[in-house]
Design a protein around this ligand. Structure first.
Ligand SMILES: Cc1cc2nc3c(=O)[nH]c(=O)nc-3n(C[C@H](O)[C@H](O)[C@H](O)COP(=O)(O)O)c2cc1C
Ligand code: SF4
Length: 435
């Protein structure tokens, strides 16, 4: 079977979970001990599923080797436009996430785990609470404290340094230092407590890799990115879906699973997160793994894809995505906030056909500076997205640069997914008001 995480889903009780083999990963982890766990993760090649694809074993061994009290934080604040996979996983099988959290805590010897989760995710919180209660009653969790921390509906809540701020009771304003250097509840400047921060999907993979071994895990996916990905695909497709596929599956196979482009139209572009260069129609065959996407000059991100057909306006889509980034930017770093604001304004002008050559020149200049002196990755994401539009979609901007309009009349908004409508087989989207 070509799935790992959604096998047998939805999993409605601990009994169902254990019947599927749940709990075997934790038992194996206790048998192997922390170094053995990290060795399995290293050999399995598991990479983080939150966006950057950082090797999980390196992160875990770094925290463990710090030799100081540590904490674990699960990033369940999913906020990337076009992505719904963490919520899908928590709804369909919260047990594997809790099992992954217990393994993580025992490996880095953390007495407490925090789950930073958006306060809007009521269904997911209820599922996690149920799983924690059942697993605690069954004696699987021991004394480990697992605390759900509901937080605001801000994009930066999902950024790991913003996440830690929320866990400590503040707004999600990314701090200077990364979690592994200055984590939670630091006692003195010399003795900060490191925090292991991992995404929901990353942690959900951990029990399966341990229960079945590294070789089994590498039987899915590619050498570069072993395992499966839980991909979200929406927008101008026949069916909007969340589906698990082996890493390295061509994007076109995912598109086929969504029934193809709506009404048989041609594909224009695929937005793979607001921090990456969108894919062109010619790139639809690209394998979905980190290495293949990076080789193209883009990224896999969190595996969320929003499809736009040939009736969409590139300038309009770019304006909507950069408006989301402008809104999301907290303003602690001037180049990020100012750059995102200016970039969004230039795309707005372009869409209207106002001062096209000047707008393109300004965009090219801001791409270089929006990244300066920033605390987090939002500014470099804004740069990557904008540079990608300029370099790969220039032919679609040409009519706007010349002062005209491409003649499409759609309203665009960043596709922030609110929920799943099973009757319609589509997502519902949330309007994000401009600040
Ligand atoms: C602006 C911004 C938003 C982010 N949003 C999320 C998010 O919603 N969920 C997530 O897991 N990671 C998000 N990340 C990545 C996290 O900072 C972090 O890298 C990740 O949680 C690490 O987990 P992993 O190693 O398991 O991928 C975001 C990063 C940035 C710069
Ligand atoms: S880079 Fe942007 S979003 Fe990140 S902390 Fe600075 S201003 Fe805020």
């Amino acid at each position: 079977m070509s799935t790992i995480l959604l096998r047998g889903a939805p999993v409605a009780s601990l009994d169902e979970y254990t019947a599927l083999g749940g709990g075997a990963g934790l038992a194996k982890a206790r048998e192997l001990g922390p170094d053995g766990v990290i060795a399995v993760l290293r050999d399995s090649g598991l990479r983080g599923r939150g966006g950057a694809g950082f090797p999980t074993a390196i992160k875990w061994s770094g925290i463990r080797s710090a030799g100081r009290p540590a904490f674990v934080a699960c990033n369940a604040a999913e906020g990337e436009p076009g992505t719904f996979k963490d919520r899908w996983l928590m709804r369909n099988n919260p047990y594997q996430l809790v099992e992954g959290l217990v393994i993580a805590a025992e490996t880095v010897q953390a007495p407490q785990v925090f789950v930073g989760i958006k306060e809007l995710f009521l269904q997911e919180m209820a599922a996690l609470e149920r799983a924690i209660d059942e697993m605690r009653s069954a004696g699987m969790i021991g004394d480990l404290m697992i605390t759900l921390v509901p937080g605001p509906d801000d994009y930066l809540f999902g950024e790991e340094k913003g996440l830690l701020e929320v866990i400590e009771g503040r707004d999600p304003l990314p701090r200077m230092h990364p979690p592994y250097i200055q984590g939670l509840f630091e006692t003195t400047i010399d003795e900060p407590s490191p925090v292991l921060v991992n995404n929901v999907e990353t942690l959900s993979n951990v029990p399966h890799a341990l229960a079945n071994g590294a070789e089994w895990f590498r039987g899915f996916g590619t050498d570069d990115t072993p395992g499966t990905g839980v991909f979200t695909i929406g927008g101008d497709v026949e069916r909007e879906i969340v589906v698990e596929m082996p890493m390295g599956t061509p994007f076109s196979t995912l598109l086929d699973a969504a029934g193809g482009v709506k009404e048989g139209r041609g594909l224009l572009m695929v937005v793979n997160g607001v921090s990456n260069r969108p894919l062109t129609a010619a790139e639809a065959v690209t394998p979905l793994d980190h290495g293949s996407m990076r080789a193209l000059g883009t990224g896999l991100g969190s595996g969320g894809f929003t499809v736009y057909d040939e009736t969409a306006c590139v300038a309009g889509v770019a304006e909507a995505m950069t408006a989301f980034l402008m809104n999301g930017s907290c303003g602690q770093c001037l180049p990020c906030k100012m750059g995102a604001t200016e970039i969004r304004a230039r795309f707005d002008e372009l869409r209207e056909g106002i001062d096209g050559p000047g707008a393109v020149e300004d965009l090219g200049s801001w791409v270089l500076h929006v990244t300066d002196q920033n605390r987090c990755g939002l500014g470099s994401g804004t740069s990557a997205f904008t540079a990608g539009i300029l370099s790969h979609f220039a032919e679609y901007l040409a009519v706007h640069v010349a002062g005209g309009s491409c003649g499409t009349h759609r309203e665009y908004a960043a596709p922030v997914i609110k929920d799943w409508d099973p009757a319609a087989g589509r997502f519902t989207y949330r309007a994000v008001a401009l600040k």
